[in-house]
Design a protein around this ligand. Structure first.
Ligand code: HAM
Length: 424
């Protein structure tokens, strides 16, 4: 079928988020905001685009920077990028604003990566995340993980595994990478061909390969947790003790390295077993004690996470939890005179906090009642010639069989309110 001229589609990897899905996202964001408020986090909005240099600090070797960044030159000849993630932008903001520490922020919004789209992987996707800057205390790690865990349980997800690791400070990692490279170098022929180049350029990234051949080599590889300094070890122990004390189940996964270069110390992911392994991480995060300095600020420890909203909601679908909230209006106003009553009464109801809608274009009684039924409203307020002449309205329950009642127009709001169920 040939495409009509001037008929456009959403760009590859993007979607229109329609009313039910949007209402669900709003509900999730409301839950997140409540939990963030309870824990003393303030919302931060950073721009959708930044100087490309901000995001280059994520790591020149990462796919996110090397292959997936939406970059452009603006009309002032500046190199810019659409934000692929939030952490670097929050650190940029910290360096620019110099807030008092610990600085506890949360953020939400669209992010952009030029990826091969599939279920749970899009070019424009939504994240909600937090960052805490200015404290190296292991209890911050626990607080941040606990916040994510609260949100995940509040949406009703139960088949989710929290995996944690410590990738140590840069020095621990250097020692480990040396031993790891040697091990992988010795087994290079057994690795999946797609992973062989990484041994020289980015041996840690081999650890999170999904290829079967590579996985069996990786299973026997030395683990980073054996290379931690006493300080990193103590920090990681304290994180585990804290999670235990709060009753948050977790598993230690020494091969969890994550896809961004700025991490040090604790890393973690929440993985939904209801989703395909390649896209089952619904939330990922960790410490990044060097990033603020790389962005021109003072040495400042940091930790945070981002939830992939699209993926988290897919996991909710798979577990049959967190349905879209009911968007039905309470009242449908049916006006078979000239529509002026519908205009005025919907306005009055809405101003009184009662949701109301109506038909337009002078439809017949039959067509308006059909629309009222379809809308899912609990009540219809009906105005015919007689009601108009008598300054009355008729009120009818739409979802049960009952007589309609006639009330003076001036009493409509009170009567409607008394007939609606209590808001939950
Ligand atoms: P990330 O692992 O790159 O980490 O992304 C976090 C989450 O965003 C992923 O676990 C996934 O759920 C979701 N996500 C990522 N890419 C896509 C995509 N193309 N389509 C749909 N969902 C996606 C970060 O972004 C770090 N900034 C997290 C962090 C915060 N670390 C410390 N603080």
């Amino acid at each position: 079928m040939s495409k009509k001229a001037n008929s456009f589609q959403t760009p590859i990897g993007t979607r229109d988020i329609q009313a039910d899905a949007a209402a669900r996202r709003r509900a999730l964001s409301g839950i997140f905001a409540e939990e963030a408020d309870l824990a003393g986090y303030g919302e931060l909005e950073t721009p959708i685009f930044e100087d490309i240099g901000v995001f280059q600090r994520i790591g020149e070797g990462t796919d996110v920077v090397r292959k997936e960044m939406y970059e452009f030159t603006d009309k002032g000849d500046r190199r810019m990028a659409l934000r692929p993630e939030g952490t670097a932008a929050v650190c940029r903001s910290f360096v620019q604003q110099r807030p008092t520490t610990p600085w506890k922020v949360w953020y939400q919004g669209p992010f952009f990566r030029y990826e091969a789209p599939q279920a749970g992987r899009y070019r424009q996707f939504e994240q909600i995340g937090t960052e805490v800057l200015g404290s190296a205390d292991a209890d911050v790690d626990v607080e941040v993980i606990a916040l994510a865990s609260r949100v995940i349980s509040r949406v009703g997800l139960s088949r989710v595994l929290l995996v944690i690791n410590s990738i140590g400070e840069p020095e621990d990692r250097r020692n480990y990478v040396e031993v790891l490279s040697e091990y992988l170098g010795g087994r290079i022929g057994d690795l999946d061909p797609a992973d062989r180049d990484k041994v020289a350029t980015h041996p840690l990234r081999v650890l999170d390969s999904k290829k079967a051949a590579t996985r069996s080599v990786v299973d026997g590889a030395p683990v980073i947790t054996d290379f931690l300094s006493a300080e990193s070890r103590a920090h990681f122990d304290r994180v585990q003790e804290g999670l235990g004390a709060l009753g948050i189940p977790f598993a230690i996964e020494p091969r969890l390295v994550r896809g961004l270069d700025y991490y040090s110390g604790t890393t973690f992911e929440f993985q939904a077993s209801a989703l395909e392994a390649a896209q089952n991480t619904i939330c990922g995060g960790g410490r990044y004690n060097g990033l603020v300095e790389q962005l021109g600020g003072p040495p400042t420890p940091g930790i945070g996470f981002a939830m992939g909203v699209d993926r988290l909601l897919l996991a909710c679908d798979a577990e049959g939890t967190f349905p879209a909230p009911n968007r039905n209006v309470d009242v449908w106003v049916v006006d078979v005179t000239d529509g002026a009553s519908a205009r005025d009464l919907t306005h009055l109801l809405r101003a009184s906090g009662i949701s109301a809608d109506r038909s337009f274009d002078s439809r017949s009684m039959r067509s308006q009642m059909k629309a009222a039924d379809r809308s899912g409203a609990a009540l219809a307020v009906i105005i015919g010639d007689q009601e108009l002449a008598d300054d009355m309205v008729a009120i009818r329950r739409l979802r049960e069989i009952s007589d309609q009642i006639l009330v003076p127009r001036s009493e409509m709001v009170d009567r409607v309110r008394s007939m609606l169920p209590e808001p939950t």
